[in-house]
Design a protein. Sequence first.
Length: 383
Amino acid sequence: MNYEEFKQEVADRIKEFLPEKYADADVSIQTVVKNNDQKLDGLMVKLEDSNIAPNIYLNQFYEQHEDGRPMDDILAAIADVRTQHEMSQDFDVSRLTDFDSVKDRITCRLINAEQNAEYLADKPHTMVDDLAVTYHIAIGKEESGTMSAPITNRLMESYGVDVEQLHKLALDNMDTLTPATFKSMTETMVDMMLPDMMRSGMSEEEAREAIAGMIPPTPDEMMYVLSNEDKLNGAAVLLNDKVMDDITEKLGQDYFILPSSVHEVLIVPKNDQMDLKTLESMVQDVNATQVAPEERLSDHVYAYDAKEHELFRADKAEERAAAKEAEASKEATVTKAEAKEEKKQERPSLKERLAQKKDVVAKNEANREPRQMNKDRGAQALA
């Protein structure tokens, strides 16, 4: 069957594979614009007594259908996803319009601005070089996943705030809502392998020791992974100045930032062997072959200026430095001109001083004439 027929069959038959409580659920399919303007079709199965439900994207399931997976297996898998993502606590959607109720739930994400033109059209956002910061409301978090709602221009206007206020709130909430994680590549590999090792019956301590013995020792770590505890939209940690400054202090040197995905980035300390073009080629190759289109952040390598607290594209470092030097020169010229003007105003010119002296002389002469006339009159009276 073609894709449209596939979607219709999923909508018509999904309840057959769900528990009895979903018998009267509302089933719908809607197109959702995801990161990088990727359009995905989301299946929603909403219970009668609930006002929220997860989106289950069907595009990947259709690919499985084309590869020969039986339709009943696909429907069973979709039903399993739906039951696993049932929110135990309902959320009052009307609270989304109450700024006081959501201000402590506002988070941010970092995405590619150029690849998200359609998505950003109705969203407040802040530009950071060629990346865009968007804002979202964290609705809930459970073992099965997280749920959030994007803040649109209309919603922001109803709050009576501007983009700068949203940005500050999102950054202030980061340490509470999305705490950062910064680990070496070795630590990251251990964390990835740990669940499988523990399923074999090992304790966590035993599993970690076994994995450590499998990984060759690395005296100097050359790569680190920066994300958040949920490993979801973790690239936004790059906006946390405190975290970035701590990394600079820990490494004791400058570093490159490789955008692995919107969920995490790689930190690579700079050294003489690091070639920017090679790193960019590596990022582009990984994006093209290993990262899903809706999860790509950028094909460029970035750097961080700890002094200025600025994230910028590494290939624009010289251009950025020249622009800052020109700006500093311009500011210095303006400051010098202002100082000269102030000095000029404080100390009158020679012409002004001569004019002032002439005024003094004229006043003295004017005062002398009445005194001389009075003296002459007195002499005449005595005569």
